[in-house]
Design a protein around this ligand. Sequence first.
Ligand SMILES: [Mg+2]
Length: 219
Amino acid sequence: MITYTLPADVRGLIFDMDLTLYRNDEYYASQIRNQVLLLSADLQIEVEALDATLDSWESAFRRDNQGRKPSFGNTLLGALGYPIEKSVELRRRAIRPEDYLTADSLLQATLAELQRDYQLILVTNNPADVAVRTLKVLGVLDFFPQIIGLDTTGHSKPHPAAFDLAYRTLSLAPSQVVAIGDRFPVDIEVPLSYGSGGILVESMDDVYVLPRILRTLKS
Ligand SMILES: [Mg+2]
């Protein structure tokens, strides 16, 4: 876990979903792989050629952006001009949380505890309906009455639109919010620039101790 500047008075938590609320590398890899396979068929480009195009765009992006890894949606947009609206459809076809994930009672207990002290909101680069399916499988859908998905703003994080909407939906100033996610450039960097706090989680254990970490701040 890496904690960045944490505000004194925290009222809301912005959660990322994938690799934050679950850890399943096989499932995460399948999300990207299945999108590539579907795209290869849709666009009639060989998988190897498609991989090469995406890799080359991503390398150039990293080189020009101090090593930051772009989101996959933004890679498709940049490398192929593939619009975010189409990424939403592609993800709906490619992503199968039901095949990989199961209910997490420790996560349920953690979010129940956090919900007593903070407003929770989910901001994800997956479509909102994929988020609903994922949260349902994990058994934590009820903890996120507000979900901002890729199709909600039409932009992929770290685009500021998703975070702007999260603050407005929570009716909180950025300085009252902490962003929690597994990718610094995608989940944390923009909220920090607005004056929010940030916590980079590197394991489920990091997530399970969040109530204690945030409580320590208050005292
Ligand atoms: Mg993530």
